[in-house]
Ligand binder design. Sequence first.
Ligand code: MN
Ligand code: MN
Length: 320
Amino acid sequence: MSEPGTLFHREHSGMGALFDRTLGAYLGLAIGDALGATVEFMRPREIAAQYGVHREIQGGGWLKLARGQVTDDTTMSLALGDALLRGGEGALRRHADGDDALVRDMGDAFVRWWRGKPVDCGNTCRRGILRYMTEGTLAAPPNEGDAGNGAVMRNLPVVLATLHDDEAFERLSLAQARLTHHHPLSDAATLGLGQLTRRLLQGASHAEGIHWAQAWVQQHKAFAHTPYRGRATAYVVDTVQTVLHYFAMHDNFEAALVATVNQGDDADTTGALVGMLAGARCGAQALPHRWLSRLQPATVRAITEQASALLALGQAPAHV
Ligand code: MN
Ligand code: MN
């Protein structure tokens, strides 16, 4: 377990294309988070002045991260994955029958995450977690201010655990989202990027992914991104426009991610989401080794374990 690349290549062999894409999505999320965090909240011009083109995982940034350290985008996803695995198939089935124990497990996982002093936490996430702690609220009341990207960024574990069940995917995506964010744009973005991820995991090509996203944008015009406005803030509209723009522009994982994070602003989250989409398409074996080997080994281990277990949960027979 000394060197993540070695561990990964050994464990991967023979496990098939779906697992490769699953691991690509989850490790791609972490790579984008770690790469982007260095330039989070910077303007493109500031990034260019300081780094030329920012293309190496090196830590630092406003959070003063260690090299390869990830932030809330990855660690909240892992917390959500823990909750799904803790309850297992039974909890998924009971949620379909109206039992909200699984959503309480998600809330408890976010509370444990929060008490573990995460390196960062968005305002809306913090407010939702504190409300859950003090009032036990499973769904935030609808709020004009909840249109941040915090629910979108952490939804991959739900995608994996419900890969073959459309109804469960929608129901659980919205349940986890509304623990902290309750806004139609957050809901739409969580479902939209989740659906796109599902299609890529199931083998859609880059062109097919772009085509799907174009049709989705026709139904959700707030997220239209042509011409691209160049805004990459944590407002979920800016985030999704940036993510879809750069995902569509490059069919190469590294090129897509470098272009995304050099747009700055919420670069760890736009990076995480482009990394998730591009990684789901290309698979873990195509991830740049120099980036993969810079992630912290504990992160790679946790992601590899979850990717496998969540996929198994999603492969279970229909939740009837
Ligand atoms: Mn973050
Ligand atoms: Mn962020």
